[in-house]
Design a protein around this ligand. Structure first.
Ligand code: TXA
Ligand code: MG
Length: 310
């Protein structure tokens, strides 16, 4: 994608003034602000209507920039070398002298950090002298935004600027891994955990018990298009939209598919935009067919299950 430097300059100027700007990433769009500024971080919570006990992910250009704020370990470095920049978020210990806003961390002594791959956002990060706090750019508990128009639909004029970056290439949020001691997955995401297991050469536990967890992204109702969803359904009811992993023969107006041939990466990319489209087309509920539970299909099923707790 062609990088528009004037747009990046505009985003940079606003961020330098502790304003919030929506930024493109390869996973989903983020609602970004200066992670060292209490003022900017407060604005993010307010705009998203996000509960204050839900800390923000901090976005860095590279590990050099992160050194000031977090403690590293070998497992982190192993995964960093292979998967970053990319769709993985690490939970690390904060350094005592870190300047990260306590509003962003909710006063925890850990930090969620990520190195986005999108070239527009990397160009922006390279121009800033602070990292960016950026939760997904959607209203709290709703479906994430994968294009600038999704962000506009959720926030309208409340956001000062949306940095254009086209459609997010992965379309699902990053995989979150707590890497401080024994690695555990806190949120399935855009990086398939089997490749993480191969790199670390061990089986990794998935910790998604919401009562114990420190990642509210794992709370029950989340990623919701705002209408009820029924899962593993063979046939839709009258007036219900039907969402299938692939295109099937009888094409009807209430029929939606995620990928023509059932490709799971393509399905991931189209998931949130299709859920938004169904809602926009005024359907009151969605029946979803079976989605293979492998690769990114696991993350798609995770998100749909949470969305179905409506
Ligand atoms: O792909 C992504 O991760 C996107 C893009 C914009 O980078 N961001 C994103 O942010 O999905 P958000 O805020 O929607 O989800 C971040 C999750 C939340 O569930 C939050 O609770 C968790 O990360 N989190 C943040 N700080 C944490 C911490 N210190 N320990 C455990 N979980 C944390
Ligand atoms: Mg989110």
């Amino acid at each position: 994608m062609k990088i528009n430097l004037a747009n990046i300059k505009k985003a940079q100027k606003l961020l330098n003034k502790s304003e919030c700007v929506a930024i493109p990433t390869e996973t989903v769009y983020g609602l970004a602000g200066n992670a060292y500024s209490d003022k900017a971080c407060k604005k993010i919570y307010k705009l998203k209507k996000r509960p204050q006990n839900n800390p923000l992910i901090i976005h860095y250009l590279n590990d050099q920039m992160l050194k000031k704020d977090c403690k590293f370990n070998n497992n982190f470095l192993k995964l960093y070398k292979i998967f970053c920049p990319g769709p993985i978020t690490f939970i690390l210990d904060l350094k005592k002298n870190s300047k990260i806003s306590k509003i962003a961390t909710n006063k925890k002594n850990t930090l969620a950090v990520r190195f986005p791959k999108h070239p527009v956002t990397r160009n922006l990060l390279n121009k800033l002298n602070f990292p960016l706090a950026a939760p997904s750019a959607n209203l709290s508990s709703k479906v994430s935004a994968v294009s600038s128009s999704d962000v506009k639909d959720d926030f309208g004029k409340k956001i000062k600027y949306i940095l254009e970056g086209g459609k997010s290439s992965i379309g699902l949020e990053s995989t979150i891994i707590d890497i401080r001691k024994k690695p555990k997955i806190l949120r399935l995401g855009g990086l398939d955990i089997s490749v993480i297991e191969k790199t670390l050469n061990k089986k990794i536990t998935i910790n998604d018990n919401p009562s114990k967890i420190s990642s509210p992204g794992q709370f029950k109702l989340h990623y919701s298009p705002g209408i009820p969803i029924r899962l593993n359904v063979k046939k839709n009811k009258k007036k219900e939209a039907y969402l299938s992993i692939k295109k099937i023969k009888q094409d009807k107006p209430n029929f939606y598919y995620l990928s023509k041939n059932g490709n799971l990466n393509e399905a991931a990319k189209n998931l949130y935009s299709t859920l938004r489209k169904i809602k926009k087309n005024k359907f009151k509920s969605i029946a979803v067919g079976k989605i293979p539970n492998k690769g990114l299909g696991k993350t798609i099923n995770d998100r749909l299950q949470r969305a179905s707790k409506f």
